[in-house]
Design a protein around this ligand. Structure first.
Ligand SMILES: [Zn+2]
Length: 341
């Protein structure tokens, strides 16, 4: 077990990597704990939940709405939850985002924590103190910056994940290695197969390395000015692909990472060999590296997404594996590159 600290604006957070679900009670207050989870997690793990009232959500991103948030607040009221209540989310990114959001607004804010059950939640969604719900198809349009008291990452829970879910998380983990962990990048190439076979020791190492990269950036810049932009690596192109192709987030990020690598190579920041290694690793992990969709369509989605900014975007380039830099790049340049690939 390893503890990683994240410094927040209002509260510090502890990430417990490799701690087990059955040890959870030791971290919780003695009373007034309320649990939020989804039906999938509940079906597999409810027997191991501590003995507190549980609200079970319908699984999936489409449940992350203001309506669900209001329904949970009403449930908390019915349960008699007051200012001294403690909210615990047990689930993936959706459950964590929802729990953090409700805890931020219920009675003007109550303390909360997560048990992150998916790889995506362990290495990404649960870390960084962002909470939110979607509105009219816009992701996390309503949300807050707020740190959970702790995040428990039990890597043995990853064995119950569907394989696509595991790969989704791996895309973000690869992103973190490209940002700041060259050694882990090459370790992943070496051990890709064992990771996909859910080798517990390796998974724990991967999760803790990944969290450290993100925690380090978040500590420097919790509310997203400069440093935090680095975490958008692969997401500019990736989000546009996600919108058009309607593929899972991790798959879109994988395609976005390859796009960022190609642009970085064109700009002379990344060697051809490094670019190929990035593609190779993603393929080894069973992630897509391209889409057959017309790049003009993806470019349209990207431009629409950025309409409120100027004619350029802050693009995250890979400055050699393990290092990135954020540069303003004109949309016209990205378009020329995308259509000419
Ligand atoms: Zn992402």
């Amino acid at each position: 077990m390893e503890t990683i600290f994240v410094k927040g604006l209002f509260r510090n957070s502890r990430i417990l990597v490799g701690e087990h679900l059955n040890q959870l009670s030791g971290y919780l207050p003695e009373a007034n704990v309320f649990i939020i989870t989804d039906a999938n997690v509940h079906r597999i793990y409810s027997a191991d939940f501590p003995d507190y009232p549980v609200y079970v959500m319908h699984p999936g991103e489409q449940s992350k709405t203001t309506d669900s948030a209001v329904a949970i607040c009403q449930w908390l009221m019915e349960q008699g939850a007051g200012r001294d209540a403690f909210l615990l989310g047990i689930g993936g990114g959706m459950v964590c985002d929802m729990t953090g959001f409700v805890a931020s607004v219920y009675m003007r804010g109550i303390p909360f924590a997560y048990v992150a059950t998916s790889l995506l939640a362990q290495v990404d969604a649960s870390i960084g103190g962002k909470t939110g719900v979607n509105l009219d198809g816009y992701k996390n349009l309503i949300g807050t910056f707020n740190q959970p008291l702790f995040v428990l990452c039990d890597t043995t829970m990853l064995t119950s994940l569907p394989e696509t879910e595991l790969r989704n998380g791996l895309a973000e983990a690869v992103k973190h290695t490209l940002i700041a962990d060259k050694r882990m990048f090459f370790k992943l190439i070496e051990k890709a197969e064992a990771i996909l076979d859910l080798n517990e020791n390796l998974l724990e190492k991967l999760v803790s390395h990944s969290i450290k990269v993100k925690a380090d950036i978040v500590c420097k810049d919790e509310v997203e000015q400069g440093e935090r932009r680095k975490l958008n690596l692969g997401h500019t192109w990736g989000h546009a692909v996600e919108k058009i192709d309607r593929v899972p987030h991790g798959q879109a990020v994988s395609i976005g990472l390859v796009f960022a690598a190609a642009l970085s190579e064109q700009k002379g920041l990344l060697s051809m060999a490094e670019k190929e290694q990035i593609e190779k690793l993603l393929v080894m992990l069973g992630l897509p590296v391209s889409t057959s969709t017309d790049p003009a369509l993806i470019m349209d989605a990207l431009t629409r997404d950025k309409k409120k900014e100027a004619d350029f975007i802050h693009f995250v380039l890979i400055d050699g594996i393990g290092k990135v830099r954020v540069e303003p790049i004109p949309l016209s340049e990205i378009k020329t590159f995308a259509l000419g690939r």
